[in-house]
Design a protein around this ligand. Structure first.
Ligand code: PEP
Length: 243
């Protein structure tokens, strides 16, 4: 099980330090915890989490290693700052910054070139689901954004229906399980030589302490990517405990 916190553009530095200290203070056996911190906090969080087993990641990276890209952050910079993972293709990047699958694949390749593990987000909009296109949209995103030549041991997929992010809405358990089975079988055919390597598929979208146990018990759900609830130490601990 992997439980990942996506702080997005939150919180302030003092609160971030308190949250990280709480996270670092407790271990949850086989539950791997990941923190995607805002870029300016990667270094202070890496110091806070140095003695812990928490994986630290960035929330995005540029495709280039360096250059004239004002405001952007490279995979090399994340790695140098203490991150070992990066989130790419989050729906807020896709919508706020017009990121498409090809760009997301290029970002994933840049991350891999600097030894970062990659969590790639996919998910359908409400219109896609209502039109009966959820599966085809998600499979097309997988096809377009995951580098086929990559080491599958470096890959995590997060299925996040866009309409469930930050809304309190969650797909039915049947729909989550069905999509995760589809994603898993797509991954099996995309990485036929992956041997014993299991590619985790996380669910994200309004995961809370009250629904975590049910979601995490579903077949082919290997963990959760948690936004809003990761900003509350008690709530995030409860989700880790449910895992
Ligand atoms: C997210 O942003 O990745 C997310 C899942 O957010 P929330 O948990 O708030 O829906």
């Amino acid at each position: 099980m992997i439980i990942a916190a996506n702080w997005k553009m939150n919180p302030d530095l003092e609160t971030a330090g308190m949250l990280a200290s709480r996270l670092a203070g407790i271990s949850f056996g086989n539950v791997k915890r990941v923190l995607f911190a805002p870029h300016p906090y990667i270094i202070p969080m890496s110091i806070r989490l140095a003695q812990s087993d928490i994986t630290l990641g960035g929330q995005d990276c540029h495709t280039a290693e360096s250059g004239a890209h004002t405001g952007d952050v490279s995979a090399l910079m994340l790695r140098d700052s203490g991150a070992t993972m990066v989130l790419v293709g989050h729906s807020e990047r896709r919508s706020d910054h017009g990121e498409d699958d090809a760009l997301i694949m290029a970002k994933a390749n840049a991350a891999l070139a600097h030894n970062l593990d990659v969590m790639i987000c996919v998910g359908e909009t409400r219109n896609d689901r209502e039109a009966g296109n959820a599966e085809s949209v998600v499979l097309a995103q997988l096809q377009g954004s995951i580098p086929k030549a990559m080491d599958p041991a470096r890959l995590i997929v997060a299925y996040e229906p866009v309409w469930a992010i930050g809304t309190g809405l969650v797909p039915s358990s049947e729909d989550i399980a069905a999509m995760h089975e589809n994603i898993s079988s797509w991954l099996s055919s995309a990485f036929p030589n992956r041997g014993d390597t299991h590619i985790p598929v996380l669910y994200g979208g309004s995961v809370k302490p009250g629904n975590a146990a049910e979601i995490l018990s579903l077949p082919a759900v290997d963990g959760a990517l948690v936004g809003g609830a990761s900003l509350d130490a008690d709530g995030f601990e409860a989700i880790c405990a449910a895992a």
